[in-house]
Design a protein. Structure first.
Length: 270
């Protein structure tokens, strides 16, 4: 696999300043406001067009690797032979499955996330996932609150623009990886991709996100064998049902030092 696919397109500014008019009690004032930027990349796998991803143009390599794992196209880093891009917007991945099998690419659906992320609707590995997710590690209330605070502190683009979602992977309360994107799905895939590239096990890690926990996010957790997610917002009912089925703990509605546990509370020792 290519060691570095950073391009001039990916190196474009993550933010652009635009002149805006601010209206308040004291009338109108003009000022420069930094805004998060976006672009669309095209992903081809073994020569076949798979998806168009609207994203923030940073950590694109991590996004692609995380996407391939999260959608079940690859299950080991060794299956990804090469990633290349001629222009920074079209990305070609070469995937070689064990024993010459073709990568399984299911039908695609339009996800509920911002950026119109494409999610591939494949089967989930029920029994394997139950065995491989860590069910022994527990967390205190302070651990969860700290994880949320670390996530917020890691959002450099969001601090300036208020226009991105953030995601982080933590080992307890130690930050392992963080990323931002206009899409919550992409931000999650980016941190997963970073850990996969660094061969960091995910089964005992915490996934933190600023975005809503939908069924698509839970599916990403299942495919990457992750057992706990901390969100600043709320999950959907379907996400909770899916998480219960796969023994995944969903924590949401973070407010100060309080939060709600929506599924599998056994991991939280309060």
């Amino acid at each position: 696999m290519a060691a570095d696919i950073r391009t001039r397109a990916e190196m474009k500014p993550r933010m652009k300043k635009k002149r805006i008019i601010r209206v308040g009690e004291n009338g109108r004032t003009e000022r420069d406001q930094p805004l998060a930027d976006e672009a669309t990349i095209e992903l081809y796998i073994n020569g076949k067009y798979v998806a168009g991803l609207v994203c923030t143009m940073e950590k694109v390599k991590e996004l692609i690797v995380g996407f391939l794992f999260s959608e079940g196209i690859i299950t080991a880093l060794g299956e990804l032979r090469h990633v290349d891009t001629p222009d920074g917007f079209r990305y070609a991945a070469t995937v070689e499955k064990a024993e010459g099998a073709k990568p399984k690419i299911e039908k695609s659906i339009l996800a509920s996330g911002c950026g119109h992320t494409i999610v591939l609707d494949g089967e989930l590995p029920v029994e394997i996932c139950h065995k491989e997710i860590d069910h022994e590690r527990t967390y205190t209330r302070e651990d969860i609150v700290q994880a949320s605070r670390i996530l917020i502190r890691s959002g450099e683009i969001h601090k300036k623009t208020r226009g991105t979602h953030g995601a982080a992977i933590l080992d307890g309360t130690a930050l392992v990886a963080s990323a931002e994107d206009i899409s919550r799905h992409n931000a999650v895939d980016k941190v997963i991709g970073r850990c996969r590239l660094d061969r960091i096990p995910l089964r005992d890690k915490v996934l933190a996100t600023t975005g809503r926990v939908s069924s698509e996010i839970v599916r990403k957790m299942v495919r990457n064998r992750m057992g706990i997610i901390v969100s600043r917002t709320v999950p959907t009912a379907t996400a909770v049902e899916l998480a219960d089925h796969f023994l995944i703990t969903i924590i949401g509605t973070m407010s100060g030092s309080s939060f709600s546990i929506y599924s599998q509370p056994f991991r939280i020792s309060v």
